[in-house]
Design a protein around this ligand. Structure first.
Ligand code: G6P
Length: 615
């Protein structure tokens, strides 16, 4: 949901900001803009389109010199994506310039007031209202920028991460956050501002993450000064040393981030269980669970809240927790949960799953659950993210940065963490036999090498993708543990190829989707050996007799489905409870290759954003 970058220091700001925006393009990519100050002039260039379009335009339009600047890549909320609505926005005097990620909900009433006071607006954005509100406060009371930002933000309802500077005070940038992430990179006599650390990681490993309702004055030659926006109290800056490295956020020879991330899954899964799963000793160590064990063992139920792909991982966990640990589970869309007055008690454990750790609806669901006394546990990928900080305890997935908008390795690593938790609880509660427990642990440890095997179907899947790339609809069917995988497979295809796809529990097909089946309809059926195999084979027969095209995801050595299906993709054998970690691999590759063959923008599909920080 919009990426913001800023720089102040001794280097040329433009190349840093441009490269930073390219790295943040996963957050939004419908328009982009940069403002630069060269000690004399404040220059601004912005455009509808990608950062590459901005680069072309900007370099013809303005000089790129200057040691101070801010840049933005947008995912539109207020106002259609066009040149005028793109950020940065000037204030009426032309002195202030701002970039903003988030939504100012009361912008219309603020705008009316400002119009009465003589302000004019060129865009439809809430952001232009905010920068003029700041200017109005500054001028009315003859205040410095920092103070004016604070007073203005106290009048604002909504969410924001902002970065603003005054061309008359070119030694400082003022930043603030509520609900949208903002990091400050601290270098030698230079500072970087960004939505995440990727734009500045090659310059500094030292970062300050602003908390909600905090603002900071980033001034050259001074320490960063952080205040609470509401009560003006000073906060001591906590400078964190980042582990991230440049290699992790580059494509490393792959054509797309999505493909790289699909191929990273063996290592990502291993990194996720490393140090936690000690299979030979029969031990699962997870401090987030160990420190709060009674909360889990005494829980009446687990409520999972999440969105998108993370919700699908949550749905897989319903099967794992109920099957292995015998704890009742409810899986909720965070956006529904937060508004439907749910019954939550102190005996509930809420598990919030989020790759980014920033999804607004998931964050709001967490706050609601906490206010009702529930214990909230986070499963996040991004270290130090809002959800990681807001939850009582948690476990990171250690997947490494996921940049492709369509989530892949986040999904399998989330399932890995949730499996570890379920197995640990099952052992403690005695709901799993000793031998089964040890077997599960050993099999989990083998998953990375089985993912490597599953990835070998790559070329075969590319050919299947070529056969079906021109269809308008796809169906995905799965049962039990693999029903959520069917949903996830359909989501992947929709997201990046724009082909309509639906996931269904295989047995539900006859209650509706069967009417859609004809010779033009490809149906991906997950039909692994363990997991209602015979029932799914019957479903395949039903499809065949209606001439549907069958793509079966089967266990190595399968005979029955091979005879019925038009195509089969084999995966290694594993336990039913672990099978989603393998069955999802061919579905990711299928959607990837269809999108590539259709020449779609795989890493940045239209209208989507990686991190949805608005509700
Ligand atoms: C967006 C992304 C999805 C993601 C969902 C939840 O819609 O495009 O890939 O699954 O948000 O994100 P989270 O970061 O909370 O897992």
């Amino acid at each position: 949901m919009c990426g913001i970058v800023g720089y102040i220091g001794h280097r040329e700001a433009y190349p840093i900001i441009l490269k930073g925006l390219k790295r943040l393009e996963y957050r939004g990519y419908d328009s982009a803009g940069i403002a630069l100050f060269d000690g004399k002039d404040l220059k601004l260039s912005k455009t509808k389109g990608k950062v590459a379009d901005l680069q072309e335009r900007l370099e013809n339009e303005i000089s790129t010199s200057g040691n101070l600047g801010i840049g933005h890549t947008r995912w539109a909320t207020h106002g259609v994506p066009n040149d005028v609505n793109s950020h940065p926005h000037y204030s009426n005097s032309g002195d202030l310039v701002i970039i903003h990620n988030g939504i100012i909900e009361n912008y219309e009433s603020l705008k009316k007031e400002l119009i009465k006071r003589g302000y004019t607006f060129t865009s439809d954005t809430d952001t232009e209202v905010l920068v003029n509100l700041i200017e109005d406060v500054m001028k009315s009371d003859n205040l410095k920028l920092g103070k004016a930002v604070q007073i203005a933000l106290n009048q604002v309802v909504g969410a924001y991460a902002i970065s603003v500077f005054d061309k008359n005070k070119p030694n400082e940038i003022v930043v603030a956050r509520l609900g949208s992430p903002l990091a400050i990179g601290v270098g030698e006599d230079e500072f970087f501002i960004a939505s995440d650390a990727s734009p500045f990681i090659e310059y500094t490993n030292n970062a300050i993450y602003l908390e909600d309702e905090e603002m900071a004055i980033v001034r050259l030659g001074k320490k960063v000064k952080i205040r609470k926006i509401k009560d003006d109290s000073l906060v001591a800056p906590y400078i964190q040393e980042l582990q991230l490295n440049l290699e992790q956020i580059e494509k490393g020879g792959y054509e797309h981030f999505m493909l790289k991330e699909i191929y990273e899954q063996p290592n990502a899964i291993k990194d996720t269980y490393r140090g936690r799963l000690l299979a030979s000793q029969g031990i699962i160590k997870m401090s987030g669970i160990d420190d709060h064990l009674e909360k889990f063992t005494n829980a009446d139920r687990i409520i999972v809240v999440a969105c998108g792909t993370s919700w699908h991982a949550g749905l897989v966990s319903e099967y794992i927790f109920e099957d292995l640990a015998r704890i009742p589970v409810e899986v909720e869309y965070a956006s529904e949960f937060r508004y439907r007055n749910p019954i939550i008690t102190e005996n509930d454990v809420v598990i919030a799953i989020s790759q980014s750790g920033e999804t607004a609806d998931t964050l709001a669901a967490i706050k609601l659950a906490k206010s009702k006394g529930a214990f909230v546990f986070g499963v996040c990928n991004v270290v130090g993210s809002s959800i990681a900080r807001e939850t009582h305890a948690g476990a990171y997935t250690h997947a490494g940065p996921e940049i492709g908008v369509a989530s892949t390795k986040a999904f399998t690593t989330q399932i890995t963490v949730l499996t570890l938790i379920a197995l640990k609880l099952a052992k403690i509660k005695g709901t799993i036999s000793n031998s089964d427990y040890h077997y599960q642990l050993q099999e989990l440890e083998l998953i990375p090498e089985k993912v490597v095997e599953a990835l070998k179907a790559d070329d075969h899947i590319k050919k299947i993708a070529d056969t079906y790339k021109s269809v308008s609809n796809f169906l995905y069917l799965g049962r039990g543990y693999n029903f959520p995988v069917a949903l996830e497979g359909a989501l992947k295809l929709k997201e990046i190829s724009y082909i309509h796809a639906e996931g269904y529990p295989a047995a539900e097909m006859k209650h509706g989707p069967i009417a859609l089946i004809d010779e033009n309809m490809p149906i991906v059926v997950i039909a692994t050996k363990k997991g209602h195999y015979e029932k799914v084979v019957s479903n395949i027969q039903e499809i065949k007799s209606r001439k549907g095209k069958i793509i079966g995801i089967v266990t190595e050595g399968d005979v029955q489905v091979k005879e019925l299906a038009d195509h089969v993709i084999e995966i290694p054998e594993t336990l039913e409870s672990l099978s989603p970690l393998l069955t999802t691999i061919p579905l990711q590759l299928l959607s990837y290759y269809i999108a590539v063959l259709l020449d779609k923008n795989v890493d940045q599909p239209r209208n989507l954003a990686k991190s949805v920080t608005v509700e």
